[in-house]
Design a protein around this ligand. Sequence first.
Ligand SMILES: [Fe+2]
Length: 474
Amino acid sequence: MSLNFLPVCWRVVAHWRAIVLLFILACIAFLVAPSDDFGRFELILLALLLIFIASQIFWIRRLIDIGERFIPGRPHRIWLRTVTVVVYLFVFLYSYPEWGLGHVIRAADYQPQSVLIHAVFWWWFVGSMSAFLLVIVFGAADRVVRAAEWVYRKMRAAIHERPAATDAETALQSSGRRRFLERTAVLVSATPFLAAGYGLLYERQNVEVVRQRIRLARLPKAFEGFRIAQLSDIHLGPFTTADYIRRCVAITNGLEPDLIALTGDYVCWDPDAESEVVRVLAGLRAPHGVFGCLGNHEADVGIEDSITRLFAAQGIRILRQERAPIRLDNDMLNLMGIDDGGGAAPMNTREVEGNRRLQQLKALIMPNTVNILLIHYPQCFDHPELVIGLTLAGDVHGGGQLSLDFIHRGLNLGSLIGVPYIRGLYEGKHAVRPVIGGSDGAQLYMNRGIGITGFPIRIGARPEITELELTRET
Ligand SMILES: [Fe+2]
């Protein structure tokens, strides 16, 4: 292999031991830290930042190495290095709004080159970081295997009283194996780039309709088979376009639900997007109406009041610390909605804000009635004293849009930073696993959302439209 990829893997392991050690220390600190979400979150971010910096240095060097193979000659090399670093810095600064030049794509300013540069940046960001982690794992595993082989040969030689193979003999024996490993290393490190490309170009908008039965023992007879369609985390923006949301609206209407629930985050970071997202969602149709709650992004960009008014003008009712009785024949469900607890409030006031929301929620609950709550992130699900038959929420994007749950449950970005509710149906207090079946107690459904924030990539966390069918049957 011309690029000698396997020795490069070893060099990474040797060079970046300090980074890996810091990462391990951060993980230990994360495990032993007091259960303060802020502290844990910051530690994980620190670890990710360190890995990110290490990975970027590593990949820039590899790009320069590859370039130098094809453009020999010293003057060319200097130019190559300069161009590589300048292009890299430009894309990075242009694409990262907070670290860079404050560039944010506005809804009114969707320019193809802005979208393209963002797409390339995030593809590179996700692919290069994941590939770097795989390179570390691969290089470390290879070293462990080589050490085990060396010990085995020595022991075998001692037992059979034969001299151990010389270095030259060993090198000869292992040359074939090394060639195989080098090719495997290249393939392994290419996989995250391919996966990131797939997540960017296809899975990001590969919507799945998830059908979920919700068993509620006290459901009034008239509501047997009542179907609620849930949409969440719309995030209108350059990568969640109006056309795509219109397609989701058409799919939702095609389900012919009795009621439609929206669980917040209609915009990304651009307050000017509110009119367009409301216009598109106004196409939703259901005989018992379209209801919603607000998400943290509405609070972050300060459009809570204005978007509520825009929705109301289109016949969509945003429930803000309010309830709306849903009547059928002589029976009733109590639909409630509450703002996201905290939102843009400073960290030290979030707990106060969360408690205030909790008290407001208690006042909305109706005893001896099936209560259904719309809330963006379900902090209230940790409170067993609140008897809410069904809570519908979103916010987490199926585990931060990157999830390997199909390999092992909990292998996703959300779980990594300690978020307890990720996707699917949960039951009871502090439930960390989805349940199959129903309950007389509290149930929570976590929708994966249809839009994206941050990187425009979804891997293992397809966009979701949920059809929830209420039933009394056990
Ligand atoms: Fe969201």
